[in-house]
Design a protein around this ligand. Structure first.
Ligand code: NAD
Ligand code: UFG
Length: 333
């Protein structure tokens, strides 16, 4: 297949590019480089032996997207491009609506105009809001607690309506749980700007000495050790989930939502222990107050992905931590 990855030089997009290119697909990257670098193309070439085309542009540029879809005879799109920082979305919701909603509408117009009808959308477990029960399956009620989450939910709903209006669309919304880790080469991974919001990159920066200690947000949750529990999924497993979804999509018209998680939850202190194993010494941490808006536990029922796509996560927590650490070391000067 000829596959366009919007947001293709970003964290999840770049790992997915590796898996798809190595599976023999023709992969084209489209990114405005607002949260990634063009040099990712060089690193992808080192990993795959292929120089993937990169179109530098904004997904709100409908004409550029339509030309790209035509020029490369694209048959399917994976739509990663978007902004993802919850706190920033609360402070500046219009920025999020413009990027994530307008961006998706422009992409859909361009796809409609060029006859491309297969789309995989990067959704998130955030569309479940605060969990009503665990593990979370796809029937769980949806809701959102912040503007970022609302953009994911609104896009899912737009895509649902679109698929219902026109039977030629094939759309899969993949609801990621907590992506973490890096490619085994250490060449690509997650490198957030500024102070990391998320647990894994924060632990990695504590390990390098860039930050003194991890702040554990709360130890009084109703979980095994009182700290928050999440479903951390290796980014290469996630990438393979996209390949499986694209394979499935060709014969599956309509709209569907599928969880990509491991089905296994780990607490913050279990994550600290795993990261300490990866670095070979105890990771310093201190317990602090709960973080506003956090939920006690969130993990997937991942059985639909196995039944429908034949996909399940293969890598474990130690693989996640050791790959994240290898990448962090390679990128710390
Ligand atoms: P990322 O920031 O590394 O990648 C997103 C890419 O999109 C970046 O390269 C950025 O430059 C690009 N981009 C942003 N706005 C754009 C625009 N208007 N036009 C063109 N390019 C644009 O983030 P990621 O972690 O790889 O996330 C990819 C997708 O997965 C996002 O949609 C995100 O919301 C979703 N997601 C991520 C997580 C996570 O924890 N990382 C969890 C659930 C869902
Ligand atoms: N945590 C800490 N200290 C930190 C950072 C996080 O203790 O410095 C804890 C959190 O309290 C939580 C766990 O580590 O218990 C995971 O936190 P993350 O910020 O890494 O991830 P979240 O589950 O809070 O959020 C992530 C994404 C959201 C997305 C959500 C559901 O950041 O965008 O998963 O997919 F909505």
């Amino acid at each position: 297949m000829n596959i366009l990855l919007t947001g293709g030089t970003g964290y999840i997009g770049s790992h997915t590019a590796v898996v798809l290119a190595q599976a023999g697909h023709r992969v084209v990257l489209f990114d405005n480089l607002s949260n990634s670098q063009a040099s990712t193309v060089d690193r992808l070439a080192q990993i795959t032996g292929q120089r993937l085309p990169l179109v530098v542009g904004d997904v709100r540029d409908e004409a550029l997207l339509a030309n790209t879809l035509r020029d490369y005879a694209i048959t399917a799109v994976v739509h990663f491009a978007g902004l993802k920082a919850v706190g920033e979305s609360v402070a500046n919701p219009l920025l999020y609506f413009a990027n994530n909603l307008h961006g998706t509408i422009a992409l859909l117009h361009a796809m409609q105009a060029t006859g491309v009808r297969q789309l995989v959308f990067s959704s998130s477990a955030t569309v479940y809001g605060n969990p009503h029960y665990l593990p979370i399956d796809e029937q769980h009620p949806t809701g959102s607690t912040n503007p970022y989450g609302r953009t994911k939910l609104h896009v899912e709903e737009m895509l649902f309506d679109l698929a219902r209006s026109d039977a030629s669309w094939h759309i899969a919304c993949l609801r990621y749980f907590n992506p973490a880790g890096a490619h085994s080469s250490g060449l690509i991974g997650e490198l957030p700007n500024g102070i990391p919001n998320n647990l894994m990159p924060y632990m990695a920066q504590v390990a390098t000495g860039q930050r003194a200690e991890l702040t554990v947000f709360g130890d009084d949750y109703p979980t095994s050790d009182g700290t928050g529990v999440r479903d951390y999924i290796h980014v290469m497993d996630l990438a393979e989930g996209h390949a499986a979804a694209l394979q499935h999509l060709g014969s599956q018209p309509g709209w569907d939502a599928i969880n990509l998680g491991t089905g296994q939850g780990y607490s913050v202190l279990e994550m600290v222990a795993a990261f300490s194993r990866a670095i070979g010494r105890p990771l310093p941490y201190r317990i602090a107050e709960r973080r506003a808006g956090d939920t006690a536990a969130c993990y997937a029922d991942a059985s639909k992905a196995l039944t429908l796509l034949g996909w399940q996560a293969k890598r474990n927590l130690d693989d996640i931590c050791s790959s994240a650490w290898a990448f962090q070391q390679a990128h710390t000067t």
